[in-house]
Design a protein around this ligand. Structure first.
Ligand SMILES: [Zn+2]
Length: 199
């Protein structure tokens, strides 16, 4: 006796010899078996991943300990998305190299990138701190011009220049002179040692 059936795998109608037959052919039977086995493996994998999920702080430690970072390590360390890191790489802003299809970034290159950005950002903030309209209301009494500082402090011009540069103190150029805030100099060297009457 033949039974009309629909193949569980391909959906084709066929005539089966027994009511229990589920597939139109041996091939469909095998394909279905393989498909199920694969699904099972995938499911197990998902379960495993949730069971063996590494805690965030451990992930962070692992990334920190690497000399050669992957995109996901960089993202973790900078607390940004992986696509942000990819964008930096594509723009050529973050130095990287490839081994086969793997993108790798040296730990030191990531640090260098951050340092560069830090400098850029702090320069921007510096210029924002004292906007140009404040320079318009520049009050000469609040400022020393560079050349007069050694008169008030027993420090050489060269040493002053060096200190100003290292502390990132802002100089304002007006005409031929560079001016710095008296208060900034006071912070550096304390109160002026002698008061000189202007000539
Ligand atoms: Zn079939």
């Amino acid at each position: 006796m033949l039974v009309n059936k629909r193949c569980t795998y391909c959906g084709k109608q066929f005539q089966a010899h027994t009511i229990k037959t589920r597939f139109c052919s041996r091939s469909c039977n095998q394909k279905d078996y393989k498909f199920r086995a694969k699904q099972k493996r995938l499911n197990e994998n998902i379960v495993d991943k949730t069971v063996n999920k590494i805690p965030f702080k451990d992930l962070l430690e692992i990334s920190k300990s690497k000399v050669y970072l992957e995109i996901k390590d960089c993202a973790l360390l900078l607390n940004v998305s992986q696509s942000t890191i990819s964008r930096l790489i594509n723009r050529g802003e973050l130095i990287h190299f490839r081994i086969m299809s793997r993108v790798l970034i040296r730990q030191i290159d990531l640090e260098d990138y951050c340092k560069k950005e830090l400098v850029k950002t702090s320069l921007k903030q510096e210029s924002v701190k004292r906007p140009s309209n404040e320079v318009v209301s520049f009050n000469k009494d609040d400022y020393y011009y560079m050349g007069e500082i050694p008169k008030y402090y027993k420090v050489s011009s060269r040493s002053i220049e060096r200190h100003i540069k290292s502390k990132g103190i802002e100089k304002i150029k007006i005409g031929r002179f560079n001016y710095v805030l008296k208060s900034d100099i006071k912070k550096l060297f304390g109160a002026p040692s002698k008061i000189i009457i202007n000539d």
